[in-house]
Write a protein that binds this ligand. Structure first.
Ligand code: ARG
Ligand code: ZN
Length: 492
């Protein structure tokens, strides 16, 4: 992969950009050659992330005093570990100006390059060592247009034109929008745990990925009269784009827990709806428990402690934010709920090594739609045939995406799903179920420099190896054809 690493050239930036802390910067340790600072080297997003940096945990405190606007303030503690010696630490950040940076509690020189979207912490981190970096900022969230679709990634603001209880904000970050409101190592190959604390005005409901652990009243300040604070703990590592944050005038609706966790433990169920959500929109969410059961039957235990959906009025796609899918009113169908629920296993538990492998997320989630159809007593083959016809009509490509524009196309979704259908036809239902369960448990991940994270990061090659190991040479050949062929393989 070394050949794909793109170097993020630091020297020019340091010489030409304004130094935010010129005095402190002079006392910074000598920087190693610029070429040693490099991004993760993603094929489609060559500037994201820092190679060798492991962001282990993000402890995030966001304060929003005016929901529905883009104003926010942040106090973020990132626990970082160096997989190799780093001459400095580079985070992705498009948010407001950072006013305070601390390294294990002590001030540290830093430089914020807004144009490059990088926040440089000018301190070396020796291989194997850990540091806690504190960053404080206040202002307006960054704006990042989606490269293909007509919307903005990252921090969303939904004003309240009809005055039904205040505006709302939420995160829609896939693939690289988390950096509009959080300083992050913004790449799915570096999943992390999160503690998210949200301080919001009275009457505003706030929720994030993970389990709710604490609700307190916040001491009044001129900015936050009557505010309250709530904390969520996401204990299993997830990719940065999958972090859910929602705040607004939301109704929480609890449902009975579902015994789909490891060893049959109960998974808590709670959905969130904006004011005025009709019963027609709410109805399909009542099937979420049954969907969790049907999917865990194929995929194995649900990987998190809680699950639900947060419905939004904004015009966006649906997104599989961890433990709490983000569901536009217009996508509130059973099929889309099934799809986003499946991503909790495929995307959030098992994460991507490279964005060009995004079909691994979308193919498995789309295939879940067929499994649900069968669970309903309908013929899944009808759906598979329809996918095949779509691809014949629209044309198709090998599964590894070569441009950002291909990431969410019908090849990623329908061809990806048909590749799995072909494997199932080849292997039979029992072997296919074992294959899916092993993959969801991280069975395809190759060992790497970070063993504790390696079990969940995969690429297409890992899936091919895993297929050969578990289903045999013939099945691996079938999958390779679906992955690589420029024409559509025979209909499964
Ligand atoms: N992962 C989402 C889904 O299929 C799609 C997200 C599309 N993202 C985007 N930036 N266009 O469930
Ligand atoms: Zn999807």
């Amino acid at each position: 992969r070394r050949s794909r690493w793109v170097r993020w050239l630091l020297a020019g930036q340091l010489l030409t950009g304004p130094l935010l802390l010129p005095v402190a910067a002079q006392t910074a340790p000598q920087l190693s050659p610029a070429a040693q600072v490099r991004s993760v080297g993603d094929t489609l997003y060559p500037t994201l992330g820092q190679a060798g940096l492991d962001a282990v945990h993000y402890d995030v405190h966001l304060t929003v005093t005016q929901p529905g606007t883009r104003a926010l303030s942040g106090d973020v503690n990132v626990t970082l570990r160096a997989r190799r010696s780093l001459p400095l630490v580079s985070l992705d950040f498009l948010g407001p100006a950072v006013t305070v940076a601390l390294w294990n509690g002590q001030p540290v020189p830093f430089r914020q390059d807004h144009a490059a979207g990088k926040l440089l912490i000018l301190r070396a981190l020796p291989a194997g060592q850990e540091a806690r970096v504190t960053l404080r900022y206040a202002g307006v969230a960054g704006v990042l247009p989606d490269p293909v679709f007509p919307f903005t990634l990252g921090w969303q603001a939904v004003p309240d034109p009809v005055n039904v209880g205040g505006g709302a904000n939420f995160a829609f970050s896939e693939p690289d929008g988390a950096r509009t409101f959080l300083p992050v190592n913004d790449h799915p190959s570096d999943p992390a745990t999160f503690t998210v604390t949200l301080t919001v005005p009275p009457g505003t409901t706030a929720v994030a990925s993970g389990e709710r652990v604490l609700v307190t009243d916040t001491p009044d300040t001129p900015d936050t009269p009557g505010a309250h604070t709530v904390t969520f703990d996401q204990k299993q590592p997830i990719p940065t784009y999958a972090l859910a944050v929602h705040l607004g005038p939301l109704d929480a609706v609890d449902s009975p827990g579902v015994p789909v966790g490891a060893g049959g433990t109960l998974v808590a169920r709670r959905d969130y709806f904006p004011p005025g959500t009709t019963d027609a929109v709410r109805a399909p969410y009542r099937r979420t428990g049954e969907i969790l059961k049907a999917l865990s039957d194929w995929f194995g235990p649900y990987p998190f402690a809680t699950y639900g959906s947060a419905v939004v009025t904004a015009r966006l796609p649906a997104l599989e934010t961890a433990t709490l899918s983000t569901m536009p009113v217009t996508s509130s169908s059973e099929r889309v709920i099934v799809h986003e629920t499946a991503h909790q296993w495929f995307g959030n538990r098992v994460t991507l090594r490279d964005w060009s492998d995004v079909w691994l997320n979308e193919g498995f989630a789309t295939y879940a739609e067929l499994l649900w159809t069968e669970h309903q007593g309908q013929d899944g083959q009808v759906l598979a045939d329809a996918w095949y016809a779509t691809l014949q009509r629209r044309g198709t490509r090998p599964l590894t995406a070569t441009t950002q524009g291909e990431m969410f196309d019908s090849s990623a979704y329908q061809r990806g799903a048909l590749a799995l259908h072909a494997l199932r036809r080849q292997a039979g239902d029992d072997a296919f179920r074992t294959f899916l369960r092993g993959y969801a448990q991280g069975g395809a991940a190759a060992p790497s420099a970070a063993p504790e994270r390696a079990a969940q990061v995969v690429g297409t090659d890992d899936l091919l190896d895993y297929t050969r190991r578990t289903l045999g040479e013939q099945a691996a050949r079938v999958l390779r054809d679906w992955v690589q062929s420029s024409v559509l393989p025979p209909a499964p």
